[in-house]
Design a binder for this molecule. Structure first.
Ligand code: ATP
Length: 265
């Protein structure tokens, strides 16, 4: 079975996440994608996240109608930041030997991969699928690799010269083969395999949705599935406590003046 791990804050899950997962599942024939919200994401600790339970509930709603998508508790509360290397190793103990594991990620997150915990080990554990995201170029895939795995400029030049001379334009399986062209869609280096997914063009982010959370369900459902939009409104997520209190006071004020008006009639 082909399995992918798709981690993130998912605060909240949106159409961009689903487009990435759908495109990856279709292109690489994935049987299962585990959407795993991080309880404590190591790279996003500055902002207070919505409670894990809410982020998980929204993921469950968003993934319900695709049988390949599974909301996962792999990165639920452990009391420590969720490092991908630990999660992936844990996931692998649950898989069969014959299963193949991929790490699904958008280019905006992949560009920081060198600063992650034990990136070389993570590349050794699984192959990556890196999705395009508006504003982030997939041509940078080699350049952002950890120094120890990055091909030198001289090697790249030598290699492409040799390939041009021999009339080859695609990467070979040789250990020194490397190409970051979206043309053939793969980067294969010693210790690294990255498959490129250039077909995602969803200009949406969780940040954008949090900012728009006070809008109507109809407006929110442009960015998130309808069930998720309804959940956001029902649970009053992403609305500052002061803001909702203010709105409530205005509503009460209106009701009071209506009641007073009717008493005067
Ligand atoms: P925020 O706006 O809060 O930073 P986000 O929209 O980037 O959030 P995350 O939950 O941080 O969402 O993303 C989880 C994963 O999904 C990351 O690998 C990220 O690169 C990828 N991703 C999110 N949105 C998109 C998108 N619109 N296109 C491609 N990849 C995306």
């Amino acid at each position: 079975m082909k399995v992918a791990f798709f981690g993130g804050t998912f605060d909240p899950v949106h159409r961009g996440h689903l487009a990435v997962a759908r495109a990856a599942a279709d292109k690489f024939g994935l049987d299962r994608i585990y959407f795993a919200p991080a309880d404590i994401p190591p790279h996003k600790q500055k902002r207070k996240l919505v409670d894990f339970q809410h982020r998980f509930a929204m993921l469950a709603l968003a993934t319900a109608d695709d049988k390949r998508f599974v909301p996962s508790l792999l990165d639920a509360h452990t009391g420590a930041p969720n490092y991908s290397i630990d999660t992936v190793r844990r996931l692998k103990t649950m898989l069969k030997k014959t299963d193949k594991l991929y790490f699904l990620i958008g280019m905006d997150a992949f560009k920081d991969i060198a600063s992650w915990r034990q990136p070389e080990e993570l590349f050794a554990e699984c192959e990556f699928i890196v999705a395009s995201r508006p504003g982030f170029s997939l041509t940078q895939v080699c350049a952002v690799l950890p120094q120890s795995l990055r091909p030198s400029v001289a090697t790249i030049k030598q290699r492409s010269l040799r390939m041009r001379q021999s009339g080859h334009s695609t990467a070979t399986k040789s250990p020194v083969a490397h190409q970051a062209s979206a043309e053939n869609g793969h980067v294969i280096l010693p210790g690294v395999t990255v498959h490129l997914l250039p077909d995602v063009h969803e200009r949406v982010s969780s940040t954008q949705i949090r900012a728009a959370a006070a809008k109507s369900v109809k407006q929110l459902s442009r960015y998130v599935p309808l069930d998720v939009a309804e959940y956001v409104r029902k649970e009053r997520l992403y609305v500052a406590p002061g803001e909702s209190r203010q709105k409530e006071a205005v509503r009460r004020g209106k009701m009071l003046s209506l009641q007073q008006g009717s008493q005067h009639r």
